[in-house]
Design a protein around this ligand. Structure first.
Ligand code: PLP
Length: 444
């Protein structure tokens, strides 16, 4: 198949009709980068309603890790559809979520005994994690420490720990109490104005010296919650010793670590979970997005000894839906049997090499960050004046869309590259070429 293939400038006439109705019928509370109207998709190709074929550098926002409509996922879904589609594990039992649990325990870090709670989304997986942490300490540790910059979802608990963009909270106060935010290590724009060579991880010491000494007692803190690599907030990767140092601090005071791997998990970074890159084992991991290849499913996986909410205290009608769980079991076997972690590492290395070359040549590329197939390009005014270049980001994404590449933004001015883990070298070359042309065209 030849890709990309633009037969009419998007949005074409059929797309325009749907866009007009969408604007009238659907609450426009999301911020869309460009008007793509999808009709079908296969592997890393997405087709719109006017017959344009795009390369997918976005994966439906880091969801389609095994590619769109993977035949084995479709087969697993169909096979479960033939049996039953719902019965609710809140009151009854069936096998698919139990099978999925043992698969998840095998691929998540930590050799201890684990348990899982199923929900329907990333936000809900995080809601559960917060309730589990507070519930485990039976109200004796009411505080949660979250990080400025991280995104955890839109429901009240998840929103209350989120601190990615003010619009996500504006007009929604009061939020859940007992949540304290400290800055996430964003070394390109260090919130403490430090340099990594000399800071000695002040971002961790600050918590002990200023929060625990002057503000709240550490024995009242249930958990830290964080993204291992910030996704929505700008593809920000912490420095090497941040998580080992945070683990040490947490252990000193008996505080739990909750890693929100909703975006960075399920192979996205070349390992099953991003925390493995830092050899740091969280107590609870939250997973959603790519877990069931587009079907709704969230999973909160944790140490068995802390997953101890009592009967009646937490549940969800659809959580652990059998069709979603069947898809998730297929996703795990595909990633294993098709060596997708290996492909992610190999293609990721290539992308970072190419992006770093681009950075040398193009003055408005300020920083290149990420791991595996989670890559960010931070656009700035210039290397001498590294202010975020929001206007350029918007223009670049639209130009790329018109040329047949689906890639969206993150943070203030970051191009976020997160293709399916099945992506080929050829498609990467074409996609990166389009990004480069789109940047150059818009700075002329
Ligand atoms: N956590 C992270 C790291 C995310 O990237 C997202 C979604 O973008 C969420 C949580 C929320 O997931 P959902 O949209 O499925 O509620």
């Amino acid at each position: 198949m030849k890709y990309p293939q633009i037969v009419v400038e998007p949005p074409g006439p059929k797309a325009k009709e749907i866009i007009e109705k969408d604007n009238r019928y659907i609450m426009q509370s999301f911020s869309r980068w460009f008007p793509l109207v999808v009709s079908k998709a296969y592997d890393f190709i997405v087709e719109d309603v006017d017959g344009n074929k795009f390369i997918d550098f976005n994966s439906g926002i880091a969801v389609m890790n095994v590619g769109h409509r993977h035949p084995r996922v479709i087969e697993a879904i169909k096979s479960q559809l033939e049996k039953f589609t719902h019965y609710s594990i809140t009151d009854f039992l069936y096998e698919e979520p139990v099978k999925l649990a043992s698969n998840l325990f095998r691929i998540t870090p930590g050799s201890f005994e684990k348990k899982v709670y199923y929900s329907n989304s990333g936000a809900e997986a995080n809601e559960a994690a917060l309730k589990i942490a507070r519930g485990h300490f039976q109200g004796k540790r009411p505080y949660i420490i979250a990080f400025t910059g991280c995104f955890h979802g839109r429901t009240y608990g998840a929103m209350s720990v989120t601190a990615s963009k003010p619009i996500q909270r504006k007009n929604f106060y009061p939020l859940v109490p007992g949540i304290i935010h400290v800055p996430f290590p964003y070394c390109y724009r260090c919130p403490y104005r430090q340099k990594l060579e000399s800071c000695n991880y002040w971002c961790v010491d600050f918590i002990e010296d200023w929060i625990f000494e002057k503000f709240i007692s550490p024995d009242e803190v249930a958990a830290f919650i964080f993204e291992p690599i910030i996704g929505e907030g700008g593809y920000i990767i912490p420095p090497k010793n941040f998580f080992p140092r945070l683990r040490k601090l947490a252990d000193k005071y008996g505080i739990l670590l909750i890693a929100d791997e909703v975006q960075s998990g399920m192979g996205r970074t070349g390992k099953w979970f991003a925390m493995e890159h830092w050899n740091t084992i969280p107590d609870i991991i939250t997973v959603a997005k790519a877990i069931a290849s587009g079907l709704p499913l969230g999973a909160t996986i944790g140490r068995a000894d802390i997953m101890d909410l009592p009967p009646g205290s937490h549940a969800s009608t659809f959580g652990g839906n059998p069709v979603s769980c069947a898809a998730a079991n297929a996703v795990i076997s595909i990633i294993e049997e098709e060596n997708l972690l290996e492909n992610t590492r190999r293609q990721g290395e290539y992308i970072f090499k190419r992006l770093n070359e681009m950075k040398e040549e193009i003055d408005v590329i300020g920083d290149i960050r990420g791991l595996g197939l989670m890559a960010g390009i931070e656009l700035v005014k210039s290397k001498d004046e590294p202010l975020p270049n929001r206007e350029l980001l918007k223009k670049v994404l639209i130009s790329a869309f018109k040329k047949g590449l689906l890639v969206i933004g993150a943070g203030k001015s970051v191009i976020r590259i997160s293709p399916p883990l099945t992506i080929t070298r050829d498609a990467i070359d074409i996609g990166l070429e389009i990004i480069q042309e789109s940047i150059l065209k818009n700075i002329k």
